[in-house]
Design a protein around this ligand. Structure first.
Ligand code: PLP
Length: 462
């Protein structure tokens, strides 16, 4: 947009000139004073973001980029959705904060809307500030409910940065935080493309992964295990959609040994896979669901645990020993109410399902056929991974497990140069746009990825 004075305007009404100046200052101050997550502080050069709208962000140079990362896979409703912005503004004018021991309309209404969408009888909601603390509390509930201590989680997973959550995590970020005393034991989940079980097909992978889990439990001592924590569809670790029967098999194992099944839906929940919760694809009801991110698209920090009747009953007459000042913060829960309501009214979950089935999935599969650097594409809804390899026959990854590579850096740079902001992890590019993304935006994203994959193809071995 351009004003009568000839100045370019950003969607929020700010002039581009003033946003660029602000961005420049932001970068200088960031480098002087901001300590960033998971990073060697002197080795990073953070991208500045000066504005955002829908499926797009504007970087510090004023470039408009298609956001195929949804930031950290959280802006499910897109950037600056007017109904959510308005709800936060209205709540701020009405009541900014209340202590967790009081009842409040925004929190109660958010709890109702979430409970109505969870499967089974997960009808009580404990609110946290984000995903990691949701996982911490879910594990605490499971330990108190069962009187057991050990927790099982899979390799190739991410559950958050706090102590229990990072120890549950099955990626190298755990290693420096793992002192061998967290009570977490890791197992291999199903992942046919890189099968640990020498499986030939999805059914074999599922059966053998379940047999492995059952054996692990029997060797560890079933009576010592409180919970199994699993992302319904592992996200950061590679969007490995579980094969048919796997999650039902985990449910059956949990029931057999009296183990609590915790489904971590922090990334996969709230429309990302084309359903409210990813576990709905598998017709399984866990005992606890952890959520965050998409619940209000991260407009205000919020997470939580949805609790089954059985586990809620444990704390009916016995205090739950846990809490936090901002549990169910009014600004965050008002944003959740507006987000869930808008997603319902605007058919946003259905849009994610349709885009995945008709545009993004088929488009990525077509790219895989054309580009030999693509080992596999997999996903659901607006939750897709492109697994890049240096050699299709050996499946050698384009970056080693746990790090990046010059080849991956080139691919990411090509995405950005083409106008697309991807989510990248090790040897993978994830195509995870907002659930509101349009068909035209996805087609544009696929064109940019096509060019970036041509760059990946130049790094093939031999
Ligand atoms: N669980 C999963 C599956 C996640 O993807 C994440 C974050 O990416 C978390 C937990 C941690 O959430 P947060 O970063 O809000 O603490």
């Amino acid at each position: 947009m351009t004003t009568s004075l000839g100045q370019d305007l950003l969607p929020n009404g700010q002039t581009l000139e003033s946003a660029l100046a602000e961005g420049k200052t932001a970068y200088t101050l960031d480098r002087a004073h901001v300590f960033h997550s998971w990073s060697a502080q002197n080795r990073i050069s953070p991208m500045t973001i000066i504005a955002a709208e829908g499926s797009h962000v504007w970087d510090g140079a004023g470039n408009r980029l298609l956001d195929f990362s949804s930031q950290l896979v959280n802006t499910n409703i897109g950037h600056q959705h007017p109904k959510v912005v308005e709800a936060i503004q209205a709540q701020a004018a009405k009541l900014c904060t209340v202590a967790p021991q009081h009842a409040n309309h925004a929190r109660s209404e958010a709890a109702r809307l979430i409970a109505e969408r969870t499967p089974g009888d997960l009808n009580k909601i404990f609110f946290t500030n984000g995903g990691a603390d949701a996982v911490e509390h879910a594990v605490r509930m499971a330990r108190l409910h069962t009187g057991r201590r050990k927790v099982l989680a899979r390799y190739r997973s991410y559950h958050g940065g706090t102590d229990t959550a990072i120890n549950l995590t099955g990626d190298p970020r755990r290693w420096p935080n793992d002192h061998g005393s967290s009570g977490v034991i890791h197992f291999h989940g199903p992942f046919l493309y890189r099968s640990q079980f020498h499986a030939a097909d999805e059914q074999q992978e599922s059966e053998r992964a379940l047999e492995h889990l059952d054996q692990l439990i029997r060797f560890e001592g079933p009576d010592s295990i409180a919970a199994i924590v699993l992302e319904s569809v592992p996200g950061t670790a590679g969007i490995m959609v579980p094969p048919p029967g796997y999650l039902a098999g985990v449910r059956e194992i949990c029931d057999r040994y009296g183990i609590v099944f915790i489904a971590d839906e922090v990334m996969a929940g709230f429309g990302r896979t084309g359903r409210w919760f990813a576990i709905e694809h598998f017709d399984v009801v866990p005992d606890l669901i952890t959520f965050a991110k998409g619940v209000n698209s991260g407009y205000v920090p919020l997470g939580g645990v949805a609790i089954s009747g059985k586990i809620a009953a444990t704390f009916a007459d016995r205090p739950y020993p846990g809490g936090l000042t901002y549990s169910g913060h009014p600004l965050a829960t008002a944003a959740a109410v507006a987000t869930i309501t808008a997603m319902e009214q605007e058919g946003i979950v259905e849009n994610a399902a349709r885009i995945g089935a008709e545009v993004l999935g088929p488009g990525l599969r077509a790219l895989a056929e054309r580009h030999p650097s693509v080992g596999e594409v997999r996903g659901l809804g607006v939750f897709w991974a492109i697994e890049l390899v240096a050699d299709r026959a050996t499946r050698a990854p384009l970056a080693p497990y746990g790090s990046s590579s010059p080849a991956m850096d080139d691919v990411i740079a090509a995405c950005k140069a083409g106008g697309l902001l991807p989510f990248a992890n090790f040897n993978r590019i994830h195509a995870v746009p907002p659930c509101t993304v349009s068909e035209a935006e996805v087609r544009r994203g696929l064109e940019i990825l096509d060019t970036a994959l041509t760059v990946a193809d130049t790094h093939l071995a031999g």
